[in-house]
Design a protein around this ligand. Structure first.
Ligand SMILES: NC(=O)c1ccc[n+]([C@@H]2O[C@H](COP(=O)([O-])OP(=O)(O)OC[C@H]3O[C@@H](n4cnc5c(N)ncnc54)[C@H](O)[C@@H]3O)[C@@H](O)[C@H]2O)c1
Length: 468
């Protein structure tokens, strides 16, 4: 987890909740009576059992989130590390004596023979994830990659297909997926506790991105920026800005982009809040309702800016019937935008949450707690037995999978389509069109002009087609 601005910090203590009537829900929130997380805290079985057989790891991106990911694999043998910031690299190398250091992942892959490494952890900026991940998949090596898996839809499709072909252990860095609360919510939804689900609403309170300076202040944004800055500021000591830019179009360094999470809002480097936090929050309905490619996607927000993602917007996805599941709509809200039930106060006004609306009731969840909201006619609800086994831990699950061939819970076959769906929200927003999505062909038949947002412009010498 990151610190103060950590997108993934759980805003509330974990608390499982009991069925409540709409009237009673507020009492039920306060009365959460057991800490779900504590029941499932397992020791790190992987490290304890397999010390003798260490994986030979390469770690690409060692600062920010990468620092936490590096710590999670230090029990293995880290053989190579890469960071475009010399200072960060030096700090990381001090933790794993004997590892080779690189500032360019292309050199790392040139230098490491496939016989010299087993697995790679990627925690760079989004616009380089696919570039740092694909060579390892081509070498048939295991990969843990931070969310969002890639910068755009096309890259997600290519990485997902490469992972399938490689047949290795993959995991996207959505660690909330490993916790107990999401498991209990998935069991309730899949078990039919609220009947057939026809609507899902996911919202996050974070308002980062393009907005007025007044709103940036009011909503605690980390920076107020309305346009590409004029001029430049000095490149920080140790940072190789040209390598940091990598496949993105050239521009002079400015502190408005660096370090993370400032770059998240710039389309050249990140994908805004939609794909960043959508990776964690839309993960829940994706899992609970077996979602995949949406039929249509439509976004609502301020006029799109060519370079900056918005602080506030909402996006509506429509899904057709799947098996015995009803068609449904899923709406994403970020920043000031909120679901109607939240605005009207008919559900608790959690800062961020996911509301499942079913034929027999509703279920409200966030990272660490959930609440069933039943009408007065539901009197004797019985919670289903727990059926989804606890995770070893998000990283430990992947390490275990690398060593044993066991499955992970967020392999690229799952997190690739999740990433595509999130990016499509941005495509709809940037094109201003309701999109009809032909997932198989990766086309938007009703608005082909929007297809340019499925990919991006690559800097000369860094064309994606060279490695796709
Ligand atoms: N799962 C989570 O809880 C979580 C939390 C925060 C960030 N993230 C994700 O982690 C990734 C990194 O985000 P961050 O906020 O830590 O960013 P950051 O900019 O703070 O850190 C990125 C690190 O990678 C290095 N780096 C950047 N480009 C590189 C390249 N081309 N080659 C090698 N090293 C490079 C940077 O120098 C830095 O050390 C993003 O995808 C972000 O969405 C996930």
């Amino acid at each position: 987890m990151r610190g103060k601005h950590g997108p993934e910090s759980s805003p509330h203590p974990p608390a499982a909740t009991l069925p409540a009537t709409r009237r009673g829900f507020l009492a039920a929130v306060g009365a959460g009576s057991f800490a779900a997380g504590s029941l499932f805290a397992l020791p790190n079985i992987v490290r304890a059992e397999n010390r003798a057989e260490k994986l030979r790891m390469a770690v690409i991106g060692c600062g920010g989130r990468g620092g936490g990911n590096l710590d999670a694999v230090l029990g293995e043998q880290v053989v190579a590390m890469c960071d475009v910031n010399g200072k960060t690299l030096a700090g990381a190398l001090a933790k794993a004596p004997g590892a080779k250091g690189f500032n360019d992942y292309r050199r790392l892959y040139e230098s490491l023979k496939p016989s010299e490494y087993d697995a790679v952890v990627v925690s760079t900026t989004e616009h380089t994830h696919a570039f740092a991940t694909l060579p390892a998949l081509r070498d048939k090596k295991h990969v843990y990659c931070e969310k969002p898996l890639t910068h755009n839809v096309r890259e997600a499709r290519v990485v997902t297909e490469a992972a399938k072909k490689a047949g290795v252990a993959t995991q996207m860095g959505t660690q909330i997926h490993a916790e107990a609360n999401y498991r209990r919510v998935v069991e309730l939804v899949k078990g039919g506790a609220i009947g057939k689900v026809s609507e899902v609403h996911c919202w996050v309170g974070r308002a980062w991105g393009l907005q007025s300076p007044e709103d940036a202040k009011k909503y605690g944004d980390i920076i107020a920026v309305q346009d590409r800055p004029v001029g430049s500021t000095p490149i920080p000591d140790g940072l190789d800005w040209d390598l940091w830019l990598g496949p993105a179009p050239e521009r002079p360094f400015h502190e408005a982009y660096w370090p993370g999470p400032k770059w998240y809002r710039w389309w050249d480097f990140g994908s805004g809040t939609m794909s960043d936090l959508g990776s964690h929050w839309i993960d829940l309905p994706f899992w609970a309702l077996d979602l995949d490619a949406p039929k249509t996607v439509e976004a609502f927000g301020p006029p799109p800016h060519p370079e900056l993602a918005p602080a506030s917007m909402h996006v509506k996805y429509e899904y057709g019937a799947r098996g015995d599941r009803a068609p449904l709509s899923l709406t994403w809200y970020q920043g000031k935008d909120k679901p109607q039930a939240w605005e009207e106060g008919t559900i608790p006004r959690w800062d961020s949450g996911c509301l499942f609306v079913g034929t027999q009731g509703s279920l409200l969840a966030d990272y660490g707690r959930h609440l069933l909201l039943f009408g007065p006619d539901v009197r004797d609800f019985k919670r289903p037995a727990e059926s989804i086994p606890p995770s070893l831990g998000h990283h430990a699950e992947w390490l275990h999978a690398c060593k044993t061939g066991a499955p992970t819970t967020c392999p690229f076959s799952y997190s690739g389509p999740l990433t595509e769906a999130n990016h499509l929200g941005n495509v709809a927003y940037r094109s201003g069109k309701k999109l009809e999505w032909d997932a198989a062909a990766m086309k938007i038949p009703n608005a082909p002009e929007a297809e340019k947002f499925l990919t991006r412009e690559y800097r000369k010498g860094w064309e994606f087609d060279r490695i796709a």
